[in-house]
Design a protein around this ligand. Structure first.
Ligand SMILES: Cc1ncc(COP(=O)(O)O)c(C=O)c1O
Length: 437
C-alpha cells in the first residue's frame, strides 16, 4: 500500500486511489473526472488542466484555476467569506483520507497523522510566518478564539477591550469570562467604514485603562474592514497587554506573517479563504507568550509543553486534506491570490459606482479594505431579502451584512469568480429594484 505522501505535489493528483497505488507514478496517473469544472460526475470529462501560477489578472489567465472547482454549472458562488468552496482536489483528499481509514484503520490513522505532522503543520507555519510548534489545528476559528480567551490568566476586575466590529465568535468567549470570572469587557466603537488605520489605533489607545489586560480585535472584520494589526499589537506590547487577533477573514486571502504582526494569539478558519475542508481552523500562540496564554485543557501544561491541542479523537481526514489546500495556495501563490481577489472586488466596486442608489461601505483604500469582501447598501433593497431572491432568481450566492448599523449586502470574490459573474450579480441586484414588493 502506498502511504500518505507528506510532500508537496500538484494538488489535483491526490485521490482516493492514491493511497493504494504504488508511489508517485500512481499518484501522477490519477485524474479527477470533476476537473472539467462541470458536474463532477461526468467520467468522459477531459482531464483536469494543470494548476499553474497565472501570469496576469485577467479571467482568461485564471480559467485553468477556475476549472479546478466543481461548482454546478449555472451557479455563481460569491459567499466565500461565510463558507469556503474548496477545489476538487480538497474534496478528493478528504475522501481519500476516509477511504484509508476504512480500508486499514490503524495504518490509515498513522499515515494521516504523518501527513498532518510532516506536511500540514509545517506548511501552515511556513505560509503564516510561524514555527510549526506554534501552530495548533482546531475545528474552526470559533474554537480557537475560545481557546485563546479562556487561556489568558485574568483576575476579577481585569479588563478586556474589544471593538464593536467583532464577530460573535470573537466576543462570546469574553462574555463567558465576564459571566464566570468577573472580567470586565469593554467595547470601543470603530466606525464602518473607517478612513485610516491610524484612526483605529487612536480610538483603541484612547479606550485603554490601567486595568486593560487584553485587546481583542479582527485582522479583517466580517464586513471586510482591514485593521492595522501590526500597530495594534505593538501598542499592546508596549503596555504589557495581550493581543488576541481573529484572522478568520484574513488567512488564505493575502499574505499573513504572524511573527511580523507581533500578535500574542491568532485564530483563524482554514475552510474559508484557504479553501480547506469544513472543520479546519488554526490557533497560534507566539512562543514567548506561552507564559500568559495557557492551555484551555491541560492542568499540567507548561510553557515548554504548552498542550494547547484540543484533546481526544479528531477529524484526521479533514486535517490531512489541508495538504491539498496548501498545494493549491502554494502553486497559485498567495500574493497572486490577493491580487486576483482585489482585481475582482475593484471591478465589482466600479460596477457598483455606476449604479444609482448604491453606497459602497468598504474602506476607501487597500490599506483599510481587504482584497476579497465588499459591502454596500442599495437604496430600496432589503439586504436579507436580496440574498434569498438573488439565489432563487439568478443562482448566485451572496450574503448580507446586518451589522455596524448597515442594511448591507456582502459579496466575497475569490480567485474562481469572474468579471462575467460580477456583471451577472450587479444586473440581478439592479433588477430587484424594479420589482414592486
Ligand atoms: C470575523 C470572523 N471571525 C470568526 C468567524 C467564525 O469562523 P468559524 O466558522 O471558522 O468558526 C467568522 C465567520 O464568518 C468571521 O467572519
Amino acid at each position: 500500500m502506498a502511504h500518505y505522501q507528506g510532500t508537496h505535489r500538484p494538488s489535483h493528483h491526490l485521490t482516493r486511489r492514491s493511497f493504494f497505488t504504488a508511489g508517485a507514478a500512481g499518484l501522477a496517473a490519477t485524474s479527477l473526472s470533476a476537473c472539467s469544472g462541470t458536474s463532477g460526475t461526468d467520467t468522459s470529462a477531459p482531464p483536469c488542466p494543470d494548476l499553474t501560477r497565472p501570469t496576469s489578472l485577467d479571467d482568461a489567465a485564471w480559467a485553468h484555476v477556475r476549472a479546478q472547482f466543481i461548482l454546478e454549472p449555472g451557479t455563481a458562488y460569491m459567499n466565500n467569506a461565510s463558507l469556503g468552496m474548496p477545489p476538487a482536489s480538497v474534496a478528493e483528499a478528504v475522501a481519500a483520507g476516509y477511504d484509508a481509514l476504512s480500508r486499514e484503520p490503524l495504518k490509515g490513522k498513522t499515515a494521516l497523522g504523518r501527513a498532518i505532522a510532516g506536511r500540514v503543520v509545517p506548511g501552515l507555519a511556513s505560509l503564516f510566518g510561524a514555527e510549526p510548534a506554534e501552530i495548533v489545528l482546531t475545528r474552526n476559528a470559533t474554537e480557537a478564539l475560545h481557546m485563546g480567551a479562556v487561556g489568558v490568566r485574568l483576575q476579577p476586575g481585569d479588563e478586556v477591550l474589544m471593538t464593536t466590529q467583532e464577530h460573535p465568535a470573537g466576543s462570546r468567549p469574553w462574555d463567558y469570562r465576564a459571566t464566570h470570572h468577573g472580567v470586565k469587557v469593554s467595547k470601543v466603537f470603530i466606525p464602518s467604514p473607517f478612513e485610516t488605520g491610524e484612526e483605529v489605533v487612536r480610538l483603541v489607545e484612547e479606550a485603554l485603562t490601567p486595568a486593560t489586560r487584553v485587546i481583542a480585535f479582527c485582522h479583517v472584520t466580517r464586513g471586510g474592514h482591514l485593521y492595522p494589526v501590526r500597530q495594534l499589537c505593538a501598542l499592546a506590547r508596549e503596555r504589557g497587554i495581550v493581543s488576541h487577533v481573529d484572522g478568520a477573514q484574513a488567512v488564505g486571502m493575502f499574505p499573513v506573517d504572524l511573527h511580523d504582526l507581533g500578535c500574542d494569539t491568532y485564530s483563524a478558519s482554514l475552510h474559508k479563504w484557504l479553501l480547506g475542508p469544513m472543520g479546519t481552523g488554526v490557533f497560534y500562540v507566539r512562543a514567548d507568550a506561552r507564559d500568559r496564554v495557557e492551555s484551555a485543557f491541560a492542568f499540567d501544561a507548561t510553557p515548554e509543553a504548552p498542550a494547547y491541542q484540543p484533546p481526544g479523537t479528531t477529524g484526521l481526514p479533514v486535517q490531512a486534506a489541508l495538504s491539498a489546500s496548501l498545494d493549491f495556495v502554494e502553486t497559485v501563490g498567495i500574493d497572486n491570490i490577493a491580487a486576483r481577489t482585489r482585481h475582482l472586488s475593484d471591478y465589482l466596486k466600479a460596477r457598483l459606482a455606476e449604479m444609482p442608489g448604491a453606497t459602497i461601505l468598504s474602506g476607501p483604500t487597500p490599506a483599510t479594505s481587504c482584497p476579497g469582501s465588499t459591502i454596500f447598501e442599495l437604496e430600496g433593497v432589503d439586504a436579507v431579502e436580496a440574498v434569498t431572491l438573488i439565489a432563487e432568481r439568478a443562482g448566485i450566492h451572496i450574503d448580507e451584512h446586518q451589522r455596524d448599523g448597515h442594511n448591507a449586502i456582502r459579496i466575497s470574490t475569490h480567485v474562481y469568480n469572474t468579471t462575467a459573474e460580477i456583471d451577472r450579480v450587479t444586473e440581478a441586484l439592479d433588477g430587484l429594484r424594479s420589482i414592486p414588493s
